[in-house]
Design a protein around this ligand. Structure first.
Ligand code: PAF
Length: 279
């Protein structure tokens, strides 16, 4: 496994790399969810590549950039075991050299949900992902359904800018009690960790209401909200959304595939989750 931290050495390694190349962009502190993307990339590509970069431009000023968990040597050991060929773990200056002033902006899709709750977030995500696509020229890049809007926004960007990369979206991996795997779960103490299952429980409630024939999105949102607010350790519900799966426009009536998503704070930890439901 080649571990590279400069664009120059990455270009040299990519010149020798067999194609097709599958890229898994990450911010490190890898868990089974990331590893499932890596396994898919490994299975579908001659060269499996992973990037590890905690991208400061996608964090807001009040967010957890400084405390975001990092453990490069553990990540590298995990990736080595998975048979990854190339790991790119650049410094801040390598990605954002002095005077950096070019940004990628996806418009409508990036304004809703996470875009509204975290202004500037997708501008940071798209800018770094486009740089990675431009550097690696991957035939495929792998993203998790856990960040459903990110996957849609990156797919939109890849199509609009003709990057030539197929954006592959892989299922969310969950802990046995339903909590979606996330690097941020490490912030939760024992009580908060138990309380955090309320996210998945409220998604299951939506699924169950739909199964029983409910099609009024507002009734489902209200029931989900009530369940979330019944959990004392939930400090804030940022949004509960039932939206069109492609456009992310909020629905009144559920007549086709819907993305049910939510962002909730447990103490100071912000968690997101989603499921796609089809009536
Ligand atoms: O999902 C993530 O970990 C990040 O948003 C990504 C795609 C690696 C861009 O920094």
């Amino acid at each position: 496994m080649q571990v590279l931290d400069s664009i120059q050495t990455l270009r040299e390694a990519l010149g020798r790399a067999r194609r097709p190349l599958g890229l898994v962009p990450t911010m490190g502190y890898l868990h089974e969810g990331h590893l499932s993307l890596v396994r898919r990339a490994r299975a579908e590509s001659a060269t499996a590549a992973v990037s590890i970069f905690v991208n400061p431009t996608q964090f807001g000023p009040q967010e957890d950039l400084t405390t975001y968990p990092r453990d490069l040597s553990r990540d590298l050991a995990l990736l080595e075991k998975e048979g990854v060929d190339i790991v790119f773990a650049p410094s801040l200056e390598e990605i954002y050299p002095r005077g950096f002033d070019t940004w990628v902006h996806v418009d409508l899709l990036a304004r809703r949900l996470e875009g509204e709750a975290r202004p500037g977030h997708f501008r940071g995500v798209c800018t770094v992902v486009l740089k990675l696509f431009y550097l690696f020229r991957p035939e495929r890049a792998y993203f998790g359904q856990k960040d459903a809007q990110q996957a849609l926004v990156v797919q939109r960007m890849a199509r609009d800018l003709n990057t030539g990369t197929e954006v592959v979206v892989c299922p969310t991996l969950r802990e046995p009690d339903g909590l979606a795997m996330s690097s941020r779960n490490v912030y939760l103490d024992h009580h908060q960790r138990r309380a955090a299952t309320v996210l998945y429980r409220s998604l299951c409630l939506a699924q169950e209401m739909l199964r029983r024939g409910e099609r009024d999105a507002d009734k489902i949102r209200t029931a989900m909200m009530a369940l979330l607010q019944s959990e004392p350790l939930v400090s804030k519900v940022e949004y509960v959304s039932i939206a069109d799966k492609e456009t992310l426009k909020e629905l009144e009536h559920i007549g086709g595939p819907a993305l049910v998503s939510l962002a909730v704070r447990i103490g100071r930890t912000r968690l997101i989750d989603n499921v796609t439901l089809t009536p």
